[in-house]
Each structure stands twice: as C-alpha cells, then as structure tokens.
Design a protein around this ligand. Structure first.
Ligand SMILES: O=C(O)CCC(=O)C(=O)O
Ligand SMILES: [Fe+2]
Length: 355
C-alpha cells in the first residue's frame, strides 16, 4: 500500500513538552524553558554571527516576466530563495487563510489542546517538529494540515468547522498549481525539459506528482526577544516551500560569509525556498536554505508555509544536465527514507546520502 506523507512523518518517543506549546496568554516574562541565551545552541557560531545589515536580500521576481526561467534559476543558485509576484493567488484568499489561522491561535489554550498532534501523528496543533533537537523551547505554536483539516478542526469548532476546512482546501489547491508551475520553471533552468518526460527514469517522472503539507505558524510578541528563538535554524525537507508572512519581520536566512539576512515582507509577494529534496534534484546547484525566525516584543507574527514534494514512496535523485559534466553528489533516496533520516538526524541527513 502507498505510504502517505503523514505516515512518513510519524515520530515516536516524544514527551509532552515536544508537542504542547506554552500558553502564551498567561506568561509575561520569558520562562527558563524558553530562554536560549545560556545554551550551547545559542552560542554556536550560527547565533553569534550578527545580522547582515547590507541591503542585498532575496530578489522579487514577476512570474509573468519573459526572463522568468533565468531569473528564478539565478535566484536559486545564489540564494536558494526568491519572492514571487503576479502569482495569481488572490490576496482575498491569502487574507482568509491568515484570518482563520489567527482565529485558531486566539482560542483558549485548553481548547487548542483538543486538536493537539498525537505523539505518533503529523497533523494538528503543537510545537515545531524540530523541537526535540533543542534543549530549549521556541516562542512559537503551529497547526499542521496534510490533506483535509476536518479531523482536528472538528475538535475546535464542532458545529462550524467547514468554513475553516474550505478555506484551507482552496488555498492548498492554489498552492499546488503554483508550486507545480515554479517546479517546471526551475527544472527548465536546470536544463531538464518536461517535454522529455517520456524518456525520463522513474525518479524524475515522480517529480511531476506531488504530496504536500500546510503549516500555520504563530509567533506571539515576546517579553524578551533577545533571549528567545521563534523557530530554530533548519532547512525544509521537501522540494519547495511557498511561504506567506504577515507584515511582521522575523524570517532570516543564513548565507555563508555574510551571516543572517532578513527577508522582509513584500506586500502581495510569496516567498519560495528550495528544500532538501530540490537541493538533491539540482545536484547541489541550488542550496537548501538554512533559515530561522526571530521574535519581537511588539507584534504577533503569522506565517503560512506550504511544503511541496513528490509522493512518499517515490525516489529522488540528482538530475544531471546534459550540457554540463557533473558527478552525482547524492545517492538516490526514497522520499520517506529521507524524511526518516531527517526526523532522526536533522541537518546531518543530507550528509548521510552524499556520495
Ligand atoms: O515563519 C516563517 O517565516 C518560517 C516558517 C518555517 O520556516 C517553517 O514552517 O518551516
Ligand atoms: Fe522552514
């Protein structure tokens, strides 16, 4: 039987602190559990490097530009990320998703816990999945959807859950077609033409099918943001992530040599970033983006992340362009195997499949 993405994401041996977020409404000081400043992780180089103040940041690309393939290819080679405009996702739909996310996160903590992610589950309300890798907790709460949100939405609003589900479904449909469009453009920039689909081996053919997840993120304003972490540094696992952020700063990407660079909100634009599987497919021509979120003490940040990847049972391997001499940098790997490696080893997972 086919494995679903949510099965691939199943984890075990989680303690409650690895699932249950803080009740942010009741705390007015940063609790010890969330104070990162004295931890090893905080003093690791990645945290010490100051935020890069130079104006260079990820490019904003018009999806209708005649040079879109080249622009996106260049952006992914240089940054692993870009912001896209003219993407045909109605702003009213994006606003609806954010409004429903805000409605969810503003529920009382005891109600949100009714939709808590189960220890062996992948969907529902809870802390970030990467939490078990860090000794301190993040200033963040999330809600994960894979397919329909009905199961958990019913726990929150027994009589009025359909509207939430409809909005999330519509958004996922729009994201899916946008992600597919962007994937084709990126493959073209890598010298892979979908016209040649027929001759492709099974690993490249599976790139044209998809599975996805939608992640609603909430970062309340924080009493002591200098000692707290919104979302710890990580790379996304799948092919591409499409992210909407509200008008509140916080997202930063790590660039070798320059340090942490903020990715400021651009009204109407969506952020697209390369994930680990795209890094593998591109044979490391596109870097996978190491990113984090920093909290602030005045505003509540919300973001909506759509993770797009091939089916869990499919195989991903470097696609080598015929015009360049290339040695494969990674062995072929099943998507579910890679997710398993990531669940166990986090950022070490990529090293484990290097050849
Ligand atoms: O909130 C953000 O900007 C980033 C979210 C993120 O990195 C994630 O959900 O993986
Ligand atoms: Fe991420």
């Amino acid at each position: 039987m086919a494995t679903s993405l949510s099965q691939a994401y199943r984890d075990t041996h989680l303690q409650p602190k690895h699932i249950i977020p803080l009740d942010f409404d009741t705390v007015h000081e940063l609790p010890e559990s969330h104070a990162w400043i004295q931890t090893d992780e905080f003093s690791r180089a990645a945290y010490q490097i100051r935020v890069n103040q130079s104006p260079a940041t990820v490019p904003v690309i018009d999806l209708r530009s005649p040079d879109v393939v080249e622009l996106m290819g260049n952006a992914c080679r240089r940054w692993g990320m870009f912001q896209v405009t003219n993407h045909d996702v109605p702003s009213s739909l994006v606003d609806d998703v954010v409004e429903h996310a805000q409605r969810l996160f503003s529920l009382p903590a005891e109600l949100k816990l009714k939709a808590l992610r189960s220890p062996s589950g992948a969907t529902g309300y809870g802390v970030a999945r990467i939490s078990p890798f860090f000794s301190k907790l993040m200033w963040h709460e999330g809600f994960t959807i894979m397919g329909s949100a009905a199961e958990h939405a019913q726990q929150l609003w027994p009589h009025h859950y359909e509207e939430f589900c409809d909005v999330m479904d519509n958004y996922q449909k729009k994201m899916k077609s946008l992600a597919y469009k962007i994937l084709l453009l990126l493959l073209k920039s890598l010298g892979v033409d979908d016209q040649e689909d027929q001759q492709m081996d099974c690993s490249s053919a599976s790139l044209y099918q998809s599975e996805s997840a939608l992640q609603l993120n909430s970062y309340p304003s924080c009493p002591n943001p200098n000692q707290a972490v919104g979302l710890a540094p990580h790379t996304d696992s799948l092919l591409l992530t499409i992210l909407h952020q509200n008008d509140t700063n916080g997202l930063q990407i790590f660039q070798e040599g320059t340090g942490w660079t903020p990715v400021p909100p651009v009204p109407g634009a969506l952020i697209v970033n390369v994930g680990d599987l795209m890094h593998i497919v591109s044979n490391a021509r596109f870097p996978t983006v190491y990113h984090r979120v920093v909290p602030n003490n005045t505003r509540h940040r919300f973001s909506i992340a759509y993770f797009y990847g091939p089916p869990a049972d499919s195989v991903v391997a470097p696609l080598l362009s015929s015009s360049e001499v290339q040695i494969p940098r990674f062995r072929p790997v099943k998507v579910k195997e890679y997710i398993g490696l990531k669940n166990k080893h986090l950022e070490e997972a990529l090293h484990l499949i290097r050849v």
